[in-house]
Design a binder for this molecule. Structure first.
Ligand code: BG6
Length: 487
């Protein structure tokens, strides 16, 4: 495995949920699996007055929770812990940054990553203070966690403020969905094969469905979630980024700006959903009490930190369309929700039926070809085809070409954060959002957000443990289609 160059990783929100659940485990794996150990170190920062030992104990306790037992080794941990340090730092207190200056001095010209796993309201202040403390070197990079703003204006403000300290090539706006193995595989599938590209357009694609369904609720993040909602939490970033990868034109190369130029064209081609269209093309839902499997779970309004009578959506379905030659008239159905029946993230490409159905299917109706790209729970690809029923006569039945990536590649799959953190360290921006992409995504979402806020779309209730409100099935059924699990 590759050696890592020296770097300093400064983690704001160092004792927070993301740091403990994802970032430190990702760095632990990179430490464990790197062949040569350069001098890299991690400084967690936060307002909590923790000693280094207390921070290490907290990190260890969490890594034991989030790293599977078979991957955890005491000796690897002991060496990893040598890299870990903690600094009590209140992001709003200018003088606290002197502690960081002290810690980082004598590091030479190594790469410096400032990872902001904090509330976005702190981004501007942290960057300004880093700048004033002279901590931003030419080899520094800043990583911004989503959500970046609440709307176009606030996102632009954050970008302006961060941009006053860091150049655009130093800013890594993270969307961890772009780091998932299957999303990269979608790029490989589309641009590493000749098979799909001729079919990848309105002539042969009937509709596209992108689903990110979760069984979890708000998981102790009630306050954050209630002021955010599913549209900002999942659609503005993850779902739109997946849509971009499905719909983009073949880029000339995978260098960052070439790829991002193509994604931007997709975002700009999204047909605005305004006025009466908002009611016709969007569904917003909120879960009530129900059961996941057989386990009863409370409704959203009963979750901790949710204000009485909250109207925040935990489910969204949207019928999107792209106004360009390749995709005109092809619906892109997007759907995401909490407390749904199964944990499932997938992209479904439904192809058109055969133009002249001269062969009969055994069930009477011939199924169309379908490509399913699964991101979760298992990563894989499945192609539905029609084949002959064995024996006499010429009747067809559906068969599947199924590739489970975990069986094809028996090595451990990297977590999205592992890959993305390594890209940050190596300065690779391809899988990070550029500022204009973010603007374009907000521009498209704003009319929907505004109409919802004006009460232009009733909030539909759905029982936890289902596939969302019935209005979601109706949205797609109006076009004569069905979500994959319903068809
Ligand atoms: C995050 C959202 O970006 O993605 C969470 O803020 C959501 O609400 C999570 O649960 C889902 O990520 P994954 O990788 O578990 O599907």
């Amino acid at each position: 495995m590759a050696a890592l160059e020296a770097f300093d990783f400064i983690l704001f929100g160092g004792s927070g949920d993301l740091a403990m659940r994802k970032l430190l485990p990702a760095l632990y794996y990179r430490h464990r699996d790197s062949s040569a150990h350069a001098a890299w170190r991690i400084v967690g920062t936060g307002r909590q007055p923790l000693s280094r030992e207390e921070y290490l104990a907290l990190a260890l306790e969490n890594c034991r929770l989030y790293v599977p037992v078979k991957d955890f080794s005491d000796s690897a941990w002991a060496a990893f812990a040598q890299r870990l340090d903690y600094l009590r730092l209140d992001a709003n207190q200018e003088q606290d940054y002197q502690g960081l200056v002290e810690k980082l001095k004598d590091a030479g010209s190594r790469v410096r990553v400032f990872y902001l796993a904090t509330a976005p309201s702190l981004f501007a202040g942290i960057c300004a203070s880093l700048g004033r403390a002279g901590l931003v070197t030419p080899d520094s990079r800043v990583v911004l966690e989503k959500p970046l703003g609440r709307d176009l204006a606030s996102a632009r403000r954050i970008n302006e403020d961060v941009g006053a300290v860091f150049a655009e090539h130093q800013i890594f706006r993270i969307d961890h969905y772009l780091g998932k193995e299957t999303v990269q595989n979608l790029i490989a599938l589309r641009f590493g094969n000749v098979l799909f590209e001729p079919l990848w357009n309105r002539s042969w694609v009937h509709d596209v469905q992108i689903t990110i369904a979760e069984t979890v609720g708000v998981e102790g993040r009630g306050e954050f979630y209630d002021s955010t909602g599913a549209l900002r939490d999942m659609v503005q970033n993850h779902l739109l980024q997946l849509l971009c990868i499905v719909a983009m034109e073949p880029p000339a190369s995978i260098d960052a700006d070439t790829m991002r130029d193509e994604k931007l064209k997709v975002l700009r081609a999204l047909k605005p959903i305004t006025g009466e269209d908002v009611a016709a093309r969007t569904v917003r839902g909120q879960y009530r009490a129900g059961a996941i499997g057989h386990k009863p779970v409370p409704g959203y309004l009963e979750e901790e930190g949710i204000p009485a009578g909250s109207r925040t959506e935990t489910f969204v379905a949207i019928k999107a369309e792209l106004g360009n030659w390749r995709w005109a008239g092809v619906p892109f159905y997007l759907r995401t929700g909490k407390r749904m029946q199964d944990r499932l993230a997938e992209i479904v490409i439904n192809f058109r039926g055969v133009p002249h159905p001269m062969l009969r299917a055994s069930s009477g109706e011939s199924a169309s070809n379908r490509l399913v790209i699964s991101l979760q729970p298992d990563e894989g690809l499945r192609l539905d085809l029609m084949a002959k029923v064995p024996g006499e006569g010429m009747h067809l039945q559906p068969i599947q070409l199924d590739v489970a990536l975990s069986e094809t590649y028996r090595t451990r799959q990297w977590d999205a954060y592992e890959r993305l953190i390594m890209d940050v360290i190596h300065g690779k921006l391809t899988l990070f959002m550029r500022r204009d992409e973010l603007d374009a995504a907000w521009l498209w979402l704003e009319p929907i957000l505004n109409a919802w806020e004006r009460g232009g779309q009733p909030l539909k209730s759905y029982p936890a443990g289902t596939w969302g409100p019935t209005a979601s099935s109706a949205l797609i059924a109006r076009d004569g289609h069905a979500w994959r699990e319903e068809s």
